[in-house]
Design a protein around this ligand. Structure first.
Ligand SMILES: NC(=O)C1=CN([C@@H]2O[C@H](COP(=O)(O)OP(=O)(O)OC[C@H]3O[C@@H](n4cnc5c(N)ncnc54)[C@H](O)[C@@H]3O)[C@@H](O)[C@H]2O)C=CC1
Ligand SMILES: O=C(O)[C@@H]1CCC=N1
Length: 271
């Protein structure tokens, strides 16, 4: 499977995370290419992962067996239209798109009835602890197996049966690293107000988050049960957690996740 040539169109944050995951998992760097409209990110990728790079999207598409569309959703139509014009044979190749919010029907309007997987990875893929949601359209079992193989190094893959579930994955895993970073940022701010240095505060908060996540992954206990283990009756944790609860944490989280889903649905209509 490592024989397929994979070209990334767009070499930003997410392309970098997936390329890193692929190379670290043993995918040959000589079979990966990244195209971008400007040079600096390409230079970094070539230096860090030994992959080929180009400023020419059509040349990358011509070279590839599998084309990964990794530009922002707002750029996608222009990028697809230019590919069809400058590399028309790309229509017969396998496509993977990382973009949020754009349904398969949009790509079919822009590129024809292509073989496509909508993939929704997240940035912890960079350290092989990501989650990638995958939804296939017009793909053979081999093509699905290849895409699964491609994303294995990102961490966990989750295949979806219904396209709308991609928007749910965005809320649960695609966007959610930012929720945890925001929570940790808030904790760091308070720790600094308490007198810890920025460096110490960041390290302590991140280590605690890592420890809590590792415990949850290794335990059969629910999140609520693990929380109860920390919470002594009449103690400090109870006061802190009650403060979150009394200020509507659960409702706020549900609202925020729904807002991510609503935005993905609105993007489909606006592009
Ligand atoms: N950042 C994240 O956590 C996630 C992002 N995504 C999706 O991944 C896609 C990329 O997002 P990011 O990497 O965060 O954005 P980004 O802005 O970091 O990367 C996009 C790259 O595309 C390049 N680009 C723009 N127009 C181009 C063109 N015409 N030809 C070639 N390259 C072009 C830009 O120079 C930039 O390097 C988006 O569609 C987003 O919805 C999906 C999951 C998670
Ligand atoms: O914020 C966004 O739209 C992208 C999709 C999921 C994470 N980042």
């Amino acid at each position: 499977m490592n024989d397929n040539r994979v070209a990334f169109i767009g070499a930003g944050n997410m392309a970098r995370c997936v390329i890193a995951a692929m190379v670290k998992a043993g995918y040959p760097a000589e079979n990966i290419m990244a195209a971008n409209r400007s040079q600096p990110k390409l230079t970094e990728l070539a230096k860090d992962y030994g992959i080929a790079t180009t400023l020419d999207n059509a040349a990358a598409a011509d070279w590839a067996d599998v084309i990964v569309l990794a530009v922002k959703p707002q750029m996608m139509q222009d990028v697809c239209s230019a590919l069809l014009e400058q590399a028309p044979q790309c229509q017969d190749k396998m496509f993977v798109t990382l973009a949020a919010g754009l349904p398969v029907a949009h790509y079919e309007n822009w590129l024809g009835n292509i073989k496509l997987v909508r993939a929704m990875p997240n940035t912890p893929s960079l350290v092989a602890l990501g989650v990638t949601g995958l939804f296939p359209s017009r793909c053979s079992n081999y093509e699905k197996a290849f895409v699964d193989h491609m994303f294995q190094g990102t961490g966990m893959t989750v295949w979806l049966n219904e396209e709308h579930e991609i928007n749910h994955i965005i809320a649960v895993t695609g966007s959610s690293p930012a929720y945890f970073f925001y929570f940790m940022q808030s904790m760091q701010q308070k720790a600094e107000q308490l007198g810890f240095s920025a460096e110490q505060a960041k390290a302590m908060v991140a280590q605690t988050a890592l420890g809590a996540a590792t415990m949850a992954l290794q335990s059969d206990l629910s999140f609520a049960q693990l929380r109860a283990q920390v919470t002594s009756k009449g103690g400090t944790t109870h006061e802190a957690v009650s403060t979150f609860a009394n200020n509507g944490l659960e409702e706020m989280v549900a609202k925020a996740m729904q807002a991510a889903i609503d935005r993905a649905q609105a993007m489909a209509k606006s592009i």
